[in-house]
Design a protein around this ligand. Structure first.
Ligand code: NAD
Length: 242
């Protein structure tokens, strides 16, 4: 019997690598995203809307009867310090990055409890552990996800449900490229130079790749990670060790 995985934001970047890696590990994968994709079983869903998330998860459960793994990955970034963060931007980041995770976990738990098993993986960030400049609301949202991983791990350990946060450093995805493009447009900086400088910030001297994050997620989804719960898994080329 195939295991069932649900991934939010699985059409691009880290999410896409997760979908493809879980498929390679013989999961049947459902991708809840606003952008259409051929990878996995695509379900159009704005994850910041609780009722849309509930409807999709309900449909998956009625179709398959189970959820073995939930990867809450959909997320957005806004570059701003606290003074420059508008109330609308604050709400937009929280609606997707935090409320979206809450909605997906809450909708999946009844099925996981019934199975007495499940692995919940939240894609947080190294910014759950450290601060970065001009990243106020994003930083806050990623720290919240680390907290959700811990509280969920505690509350559902008795049901053999594990919850962990993955904390990537800088990973080369469309989100990364958009952020660099915006910065260069604003400042007039040269993109190749900025890219090189970003790479040099990691002790390993390069950016991470989506596949490297997906490998960690696939491990946490597997029975090989059966004693790992409530943890924050840093994957950042050594950035936060400095
Ligand atoms: P990305 O922008 O490349 O891809 C994000 C995906 O989420 C896209 O498929 C997009 O369509 C989808 N999405 C956006 N809004 C959505 C919504 N409202 N509902 C459903 N889906 C939506 O981003 P990425 O770099 O792959 O980041 C994925 C996750 O990893 C995010 O949570 C991000 O914060 C986190 N992360 C990224 C990095 C990095 O350096 N790229 C580092 C740490 C953490």
């Amino acid at each position: 019997m195939k295991k069932i995985a649900v991934v939010t934001g699985g059409s691009k970047g880290i999410g896409l690598a997760i979908v493809e890696t879980l498929i390679a590990k013989h999961f049947e994968v459902f991708n809840l995203d606003i952008t259409a994709s051929d990878s996995g079983q695509f379900m159009p869903c704005d994850v910041s809307d609780v009722s849309q998330v509930e409807r999709c998860i309900k449909q998956i459960v009625s179709q398959t009867g189970r959820i073995d793994c939930l990867v809450s990955n959909a997320g957005i970034h806004v570059s701003a310090n606290i003074e420059n963060t508008s109330e609308e931007e604050f709400d937009r980041i929280f609606a997707l990055n935090v409320k979206g995770a809450y909605a997906a976990i809450k909708a999946s738990l009844p099925t996981m409890k019934q199975q007495s098993s499940g692995s919940i993986i939240l894609i947080s960030s190294d910014q759950a552990l450290i601060a970065k400049h001009n990243s106020f609301a994003y930083n806050l949202s990623k720290a919240a996800l680390a907290s959700i991983a811990k509280t969920t791990a505690l509350d559902y350990a008795a049901f053999n449900i594990r919850a962990n946060a993955v904390c990537p450093g800088t990973i080369e995805t469309p989100l990364y490229h958009n952020a660099i493009d915006k910065y260069c447009a604003r400042s007039g900086a040269d993109k190749a130079k900025v890219h090189q400088e970003e790479a040099a910030l990691q002790p390993l001297g390069r950016l991470g790749q989506p596949q490297e994050v997906a490998n960690l997620v696939a491990f946490l989804a597997s029975d090989e990670a059966s004693f790992i719960t409530g943890s924050l898994q840093v994957i950042d080329g050594g950035y936060t060790a400095q």
